[in-house]
Design a protein around this ligand. Structure first.
Ligand SMILES: Cc1cc2nc3c(=O)[nH]c(=O)nc-3n(C[C@H](O)[C@H](O)[C@H](O)COP(=O)(O)OP(=O)(O)OC[C@H]3O[C@@H](n4cnc5c(N)ncnc54)[C@H](O)[C@@H]3O)c2cc1C
Length: 500
């Protein structure tokens, strides 16, 4: 029997655990133990079911991730395998609208904008979100030649340099920073495009213009919609998907499928050692040792760094160079008839140039049906990020007061509307920053780990922060160690199909 020790019980670790379980179910003589330092699994996924103080009816409050990108297959595949596929929840696109704050006023994101590029002329020409010089500068993208990339050179630059070069500063400040940088809670001055949105660099090389590239992308989406119209009665396929019970439903299903009896919470790993004969020993706080034949480090990079140092100092050094930033979400519930705002929107973005404490707010109960009881509104504010780490020093009570005040002044939330409850979730060092050079660091980590039998690193610090990417990275870790033992799963021989 070969035993895999998985360290970290976020989705990456759970993805690894569920894959070992599938290998065992296929008849391979393998098993795992998962060690998680916290008193629960899920890592950044944390959903709380909160009762309304008056009616007792339930709210679903996601404190960390609240959805995943529908086009990525990993979660649909896991949801099918664990029996929760029918609980996948699309957004209510009949109420879809994104508001962007500009000099104290709210503007609706113009129809046809894809990421940061306008693809419809009239909404772009008539929006007040950009000045006329700003619009003209954006349109110059059509004439600016593509960047020359030398043979063998890695095509990379920061989000800021790419957008300013192609579309101008105003496009960066008003659209690209809050929309594209916001996904990674990253500083556009530092964020590596090759590590976060390589497709944008490829689009420039292929089409020479981002506006032409996105026009082409829009055309393809429309053709696909015509070719594959939604089946009658089928759930709509929206850009983002969640679960009716919140994202924790995924965690619970993965835990159940992997085998909760093999998962230990409150198990803080203090060191990892590899003996000459290739056996691994993991030592826990308190001195207990756990022995196995492979180790999958599915923690955040900064937590993996001290653990891997005794095994490979160069991997540890590269991990130490992956920066992080902290953030918090503050969810609040209100009575709908007290808020005094139009609730038909998914949320508001506050670009950094506006210098607001609030970075963004989601109208959770509008975006996701069933998040709040009838007659109630659930909102979630987002604070922190690389430009405002100081706010993380505030107490929970201070954060609540700051977010409430921001919602009043930015959205016009009625000052008499008192929150029925508030929940603060802190994510200290919770967002890895894929800065320039990130891909070199990840390549070094992966290449060195490939020469250390029984070692794999997985999680959101490396090849994608999105939940589906994290699951896949855990699965890849298992594939690596199984291959070293001469084992292969039948599922690995099947090309990933579109499952949704
Ligand atoms: C506020 C916020 C919102 C987000 N929104 C979205 C979203 O909507 N959609 C999306 O796709 N992604 C989103 N993300 C990103 C996504 O949540 C993360 O990238 C992903 O959850 C990371 O999963 P992971 O398993 O790699 O790491 P984690 O979830 O961080 O898990 C790592 C685990 O390792 C454990 N650990 C660490 N050290 C040790 C040790 N020494 N011993 C034992 N255990 C240890 C930790 O306790 C933790 O549980 C969001 C992130 C944040 C912070």
């Amino acid at each position: 029997m070969k035993k895999v020790i998985i360290i970290g019980g976020g989705v990456a670790g759970l993805g690894a655990a569920f894959k070992v379980r599938r290998a065992a179910d296929e008849g391979h003589d393998v098993d795992f133990v998962l060690l998680e330092r916290a008193d629960r699994v899920g890592g950044k996924i944390d959903t709380e079911i909160v009762a309304d103080p008056e009616s007792g009816e339930e709210y679903v409050v996601d404190g960390g991730p609240d959805c995943f990108l529908t086009e990525k297959p990993a979660i649909h595949r896991v949801a099918k395998a664990t029996g929760i596929f029918d609980d996948e929840l699309p957004t209510d696109d009949s109420r879809k609208k994104t508001l962007i704050l500009k000099k104290g006023r709210l503007y609706e994101m113009p129809d046809g904008v894809m990421m940061f590029a306008p693809t419809k002329f009239v909404p772009f020409a008539t929006t007040g979100l950009f000045s006329w010089p700003g619009k003209i500068r954006m349109a110059m993208d059509l004439f600016i030649p593509k960047k020359k990339v030398a043979e063998g050179e890695r095509n990379d630059e920061t989000l800021e340099s790419f957008i300013v070069r192609r579309m101008g500063q105003e496009c960066l400040d008003r659209l690209a920073e809050p929309l594209v940088g916001g996904v990674h809670a990253s500083d556009p001055k530092m964020m590596s495009l090759a590590a976060t949105f390589p497709r944008l660099l490829d689009m420039e090389q292929k089409h020479g213009s981002m506006m032409l590239a996105f026009l082409d992308a829009r055309k393809k989406v429309e053709e696909m919609k015509k070719k594959y119209p939604p089946k009658p009665g089928a759930k709509p396929r929206t850009f983002f998907t969640s679960f009716t019970g919140g994202m924790k439903e995924l965690v619970n299903a993965m835990l159940e499928a992997a085998g909760p009896d093999r998962v230990r919470t409150g198990a803080v790993v203090e060191s990892v050692d590899r003996a000459e004969d290739g056996a691994w020993t993991v030592t826990l706080e308190g001195g207990e040792s756990v022995r196995g034949d492979a180790v999958i480090l599915a923690t955040e990079a900064f937590a993996a760094e001290p653990l891997v140092r005794a095994v490979d100092a160069q991997i540890a050094d590269a991990l130490a160079n992956i920066p992080v930033s902290s953030s918090a979400t503050v969810s609040m519930a209100f009575k709908e008839d007290e808020v005094g705002i139009d609730m038909n929107a998914f949320g508001v973005l506050c670009p950094i140039v506006e210098s607001r404490a609030l970075l963004a707010a989601t109208y959770s109960s509008t975006k996701w049906p069933g998040r709040a009881p009838k007659g109630r509104m659930l909102m979630r504010g987002f604070v922190g990020g690389p430009h405002n780490q100081a706010i993380m020093k505030k107490s929970d009570e201070e954060l609540q007061a700051i977010v409430l005040k921001e919602l009043q002044s930015i959205l016009g939330l009625d000052s008499n509307a008192k929150p029925l409850f508030t929940r603060v979730f802190r994510w200290t060092n919770g967002m890895p920053q894929y800065t320039l050079g990130h891909l070199d660091r990840v390549e070094l980590i992966e290449s060195r780990a490939s020469h250390i039998p029984g070692l794999a690193l997985a999680g959101g610090s490396y090849t994608g922060v999105g939940l589906p990417n994290c699951i896949e990275s855990g699965e890849r870790g298992v594939t690596k160690v199984l291959a070293e033992w001469g084992l292969e799963l039948a599922e690995d021989k099947v090309e990933e199909k579109r499952l949704y």
